[in-house]
Write a protein that binds this ligand. Sequence first.
Ligand SMILES: Cc1cc2nc3c(=O)[nH]c(=O)nc-3n(C[C@H](O)[C@H](O)[C@H](O)COP(=O)(O)OP(=O)(O)OC[C@H]3O[C@@H](n4cnc5c(N)ncnc54)[C@H](O)[C@@H]3O)c2cc1C
Length: 284
Amino acid sequence: MKTEFFKPATLSEALALLDKYQEKAVIVNGGTDIVIKITQREVNPEAIIYIQGIAELKEIKEVNGDLVLGGAVTYTEVENSSLCKKYDGLIQAVSEIGSPPIRNMATPAGNIANAAPAADCNVMLLALKAEVVLASSGGERSANIQDIFAGPFKTVIKPNELIKEIRIPQLTANTHTSFIKMTRRKAQDIARVSVGVSLTTEGSVCRDIKIALGAINKFPVRAYTLEEAMIGKEVERGVAEIKEIFPPEATPRKSYKRLVTNVIIERAIRKAYRKAAAGGEHVG
Ligand SMILES: Cc1cc2nc3c(=O)[nH]c(=O)nc-3n(C[C@H](O)[C@H](O)[C@H](O)COP(=O)(O)OP(=O)(O)OC[C@H]3O[C@@H](n4cnc5c(N)ncnc54)[C@H](O)[C@@H]3O)c2cc1C
């Protein structure tokens, strides 16, 4: 079968192609996940739609205080963006993905659509309550990132839809973020357990917290039970209490993950809290 290659210059051109080819098309963004699948013939598309040439998907901007990452923005572009700096949990997550050449090509949108259980950026986006804006030739819809994942390497994104942008809500005052990834090797390794935290404090009290876990279930999950146990308490007291609670949202297949998950969660909360204690409004 012949495969057609398209490099649309506009979003509407890309959407028209998706409409035409539907599940026979694949979007290639950075290509760091999908090109391997194409070359290994795991995926045999009739049409490849390469979207890195679409200027409107390459923007990083602020809209009403929210951070908006275009659907073709790369990790390197996130790392270098002055608008992204205050989300330093996100910068941390992004800076640990692959290697510089991978980050020059790979994208947060690709991380979402690929939906690997151990994906790093997705975990931090979950802790930040990101919204995913999906475009098709019929219009746009928006979904919270936690509703996007349907299983390992499965999402609710339809064949004629494309991730147009990722919207990250403005950080409220005294909110600090952190990300910790446990790996076997120091460099270029996938997460065995990863934790993203967004912590809002008032003095030493936890006013709000989002704890997202990766590589511990079919897709990234929030540890709601631990979040509830923390809110309204002195951070130190909350951390001491949740040490003893294994998050029921985590269902690891490997037993060692049961031993390390709470340790990583505690470290990630403390990391965010240290930033709160050091002052600064929302230093991420
Ligand atoms: C050596 C190496 C190391 C890696 N290390 C890590 C790591 O440490 N952590 C980690 O999380 N990942 C890692 N990855 C995986 C990969 O780099 C990431 O998942 C990356 O975010 C994928 O982005 P991409 O733009 O390359 O996606 P692509 O490969 O272009 O696409 C991936 C999937 O998403 C779809 N897609 C892409 N963009 C869109 C869009 N805008 N709308 C709809 N669908 C879209 C594609 O059709 C495809 O199904 C690594 C990969 C390699 C090769």
